[in-house]
Design a protein around this ligand. Structure first.
Ligand code: GCO
Ligand code: MN
Ligand code: MN
Length: 391
């Protein structure tokens, strides 16, 4: 048992520069920043101090959008040096296609072709930057791809433009031999009124319409599915089932609220537990990326508490999942619940006309079957007590 809950490189805990680097400004900019900005170099040192494995970035988290080539070179040199000094790696990179006002009507799906072309140019350059730092996963979060009024944009056009952009960028990655896997991140709304492809499930359907579906998977985010009132673990399971779980954004959020981006494990304990249990049970080996922010009440000591808390809670849930899998009473109940029925075996599996005829002719005692108590109350209470630490 790893009861010290200390993060280790094999846990693959990563943070974005924009997460621990958040200055505490809120979404509506109703309050000034509450923390002074830290440089990328300082943020990498902070992440190393708390025990993270890796750091991810948007192009402009590292290189300001208006930096001169000489400034960019200097920043890259310093960043490479601090990665070497600390041993942190860069598993994922992405593009900021949402901060500059040029993206007010979207990036790849903007109505203005100049904006769409600029978004492609910016992404190719950002892919070059990510590849230079060894990133293997490239995330696409289309925060501004959407509408406030459906009078303004035809969703069919939006999908077509998004598809063309991804097809182009897959070919670009191949032409440069970057070996990127693309991970599409869905969000239902914010900052747009409605964002195209609002859920992980929607992304999974869309991927099959691309020229290189094998290169493209998803980056589901806990908070985004919860904003839409959905079950995050179910979305992750569908992605895993499809072989498409290329990355994951962990954080926390009350259901059906605005984007909260809380510390992982802060609020939705059971959902977080089942998520961690799922990832560990199936053997997910990618990054556990925390896309969250410390409360704006915090100084940088509080930011460290936040980052440590994300990782520590993950490891505690992992330990609880191990206990769940080892608990005799729980496992006994599960075995009972999932008991097979040999008399039914002949009706399952591949279709044959005989099987269908046999099943159609069979008589079920519907009321007797329905009368069986499933013991789910007992099972769930056992889990609740295990999580509450009295088991
Ligand atoms: C959000 C998103 C972003 C993305 C990030 C990386 O709600 O703002 O989650 O944080 O994950 O842009 O693609
Ligand atoms: Mn988010
Ligand atoms: Mn995210």
């Amino acid at each position: 048992m790893s009861a010290d809950f200390q993060p280790k490189p094999e846990h693959k805990f990563t943070f974005g520069l924009w997460t621990v680097g958040s200055s505490g400004r809120d979404q509506f900019a109703t309050m000034d920043p509450t923390r002074a900005s830290m440089s990328p170099v300082e943020l990498v040192r902070l992440l190393a101090e708390v025990g993270a494995y890796g750091v991810n970035f948007h192009d402009n988290d590292l290189i300001p959008i208006d930096a001169t080539p000489a400034e960019a070179e200097k920043i890259k040199k310093e960043f490479k040096a601090v990665l070497k000094e600390t041993g942190l790696v860069v598993p994922m990179a992405t593009t900021n296609l949402f901060s500059s006002a040029i993206f007010k009507d979207g990036a790849f799906t903007a109505n203005d072709p100049k904006v769409r072309a600029y978004a492609l140019q910016k992404t190719m350059r950002a892919m070059d930057l990510g590849a230079e730092f060894g990133a293997k996963v490239y995330v696409f979060w289309g925060g501004r791809e959407g509408t406030e009024s459906d009078a303004t944009k035809n969703p069919m056009e939006g999908l077509k433009h998004f598809r063309e952009a991804l097809n182009f960028l897959c070919e670009y990655s191949n032409s440069q031999k970057y070996g990127f896997k693309f991970a599409l991140e869905a969000k239902p709304n914010e900052p747009r009124g409605d964002i195209f492809l609002p859920t992980t499930g929607a992304m999974l359907g869309f991927i099959q319409t691309l020229d290189h579906p094998e290169m493209v998977g998803v980056n589901p985010e806990f908070a985004h599915e919860h904003m839409a009132g959905l079950n995050f673990m179910h979305a992750v399971a569908q992605a895993w089932d499809a072989g498409k779980l290329f990355h994951i954004d962990l954080n926390d959020q009350n259901y059906a609220r605005f984007d909260q981006d809380w510390r992982f494990g802060q609020q939705s304990w059971k959902q977080a537990f089942f998520l961690v249990k799922f990832l560990e049970d199936v053997g997910y080996s990618g990054s556990r990326h925390f896309d969250a922010h410390a409360f704006r009440t915090e100084d940088y000591e509080g930011v460290k508490d936040f980052a440590r808390g994300c990782m520590r809670s993950y490891l505690i849930f992992k330990e609880k999942a191990r206990q769940f899998n080892a608990d005799k009473e729980i496992q006994g109940l599960l075995a009972e619940i999932n008991e097979g029925d040999p008399a039914m075996d002949k009706f399952f599996g591949k279709f044959t006309p005989e099987k269908a005829a046999g099943l159609k002719a069979y008589t079920f005692d519907r009321n007797a079957i329905a009368a069986r108590g499933m013991k789910y109350e007992k099972l769930d209470q056992l889990l609740t007590e295990l999580m509450m630490g009295v088991r």
